[in-house]
Design a protein around this ligand. Structure first.
Ligand code: SAM
Length: 267
């Protein structure tokens, strides 16, 4: 803009077609459109990936024990543990995801069920060695403490927002937000009555490079319907291309992803 002010881009969150990310309606829409929980944008990462830190914690503790994934999506993540584990159980509220998980399972030791993770969980006391959620429900820790054996591991891995270029360069499309703190998650989860011991939250930082201008829009519109995506492309792509091409490195446009990693022991 000629007066030196930044242009405010179209904000799809104000459009009536916008569906609140991570609502039940949004997960159903995502399943109907793509059938799985998988990011559609292209990117590359600097090491070390936050998810690897999470996987290493599970693997180190699990050995050949029993594992529960709360909010497992289409089950792809949980399946990697079924090779060594005695039993892997994944639960999710989206029936289609659970069907896919059961179709793709590698071994008879793996089960996927449609169960609300935030309700009473239909598992025996002290049954599992490890239970985790990867970006799933936030209200299962009291039950988690009951169904994981004393001293067993409980983990919660949650995306805490994407920052860097996204929030600095695309006003309107992405709004500014203060950097997350480890205690944000503790305040939200209210674990005082959960029975869990040794509760710890780490904030993990991960560097990602979005490959093309369209990936900026794909990230914003993840899980939104085709009609809204077409509007966003029409309203924003040209401006986003200009900003992207000015600021991208040879690897792509640098963004920072934060993750909260909760770890605790069952009592
Ligand atoms: C962000 S996705 C992550 C999926 C998978 N864990 C992954 O990382 O690929 C969150 C998942 O949690 C599920 N979910 C949300 N609330 C739930 C609840 N109360 N009980 C069970 N699953 C739930 C959603 O259906 C969705 O599949």
């Amino acid at each position: 803009m000629s007066d030196g002010m930044e242009k405010i881009l179209f904000d799809p969150m104000n459009h009536p077609e916008w569906v609140e990310p991570h609502s039940l309606e949004w997960y159903e829409q995502l399943f109907q459109e793509v059938g799985e929980y998988k990011y559609p944008w292209k990117s590359q990462f600097d090491e070390e990936r936050a998810e690897k830190i999470f996987v290493d914690k599970i693997t180190t503790y699990l050995g050949n024990g029993r594992l529960l994934d709360v909010g497992c999506g289409h089950g792809e993540f949980a399946l990697q543990f079924s090779i060594n584990a005695r039993e892997v159980v994944g639960i999710d509220t989206v029936e289609g995801f659970i069907k896919t998980g059961n179709k793709n399972k590698l071994k008879e030791n793996t089960y996927f069920f449609v169960i609300d993770g935030n309700g009473n969980l239909p598992f025996l006391d002290n049954y599992f060695d490890v239970a985790y959620t990867k970006k799933g429900p936030r209200d299962w820790y009291h039950e988690g403490n009951r169904i994981v054996k004393p001293g067993g591991l409980i983990l919660g891995f949650y995306h805490a927002g994407s920052y860097g270029a996204l929030r600095e360069l695309f006003p309107g499309l992405y709004s500014p937000r203060p950097k997350p703190e480890p205690n944000d998650l503790l305040r939200e989860l209210k674990l005082d009555d959960s029975g869990l011991n040794d509760i710890k939250v780490e904030l993990l930082e991960e560097i990602e490079y979005l490959s093309t201008p369209e990936d900026v829009l794909l990230k914003k519109c993840f899980g939104q319907n085709k009609k809204l995506r077409e509007i966003v492309w029409k309203e924003c792509l040209q401006d986003v291309e200009g900003i992207f091409n000015k600021h991208a490195t040879s690897k792509g446009l640098k963004i920072i992803n934060y993750y909260h990693l909760l770890s605790a022991k069952a009592s």
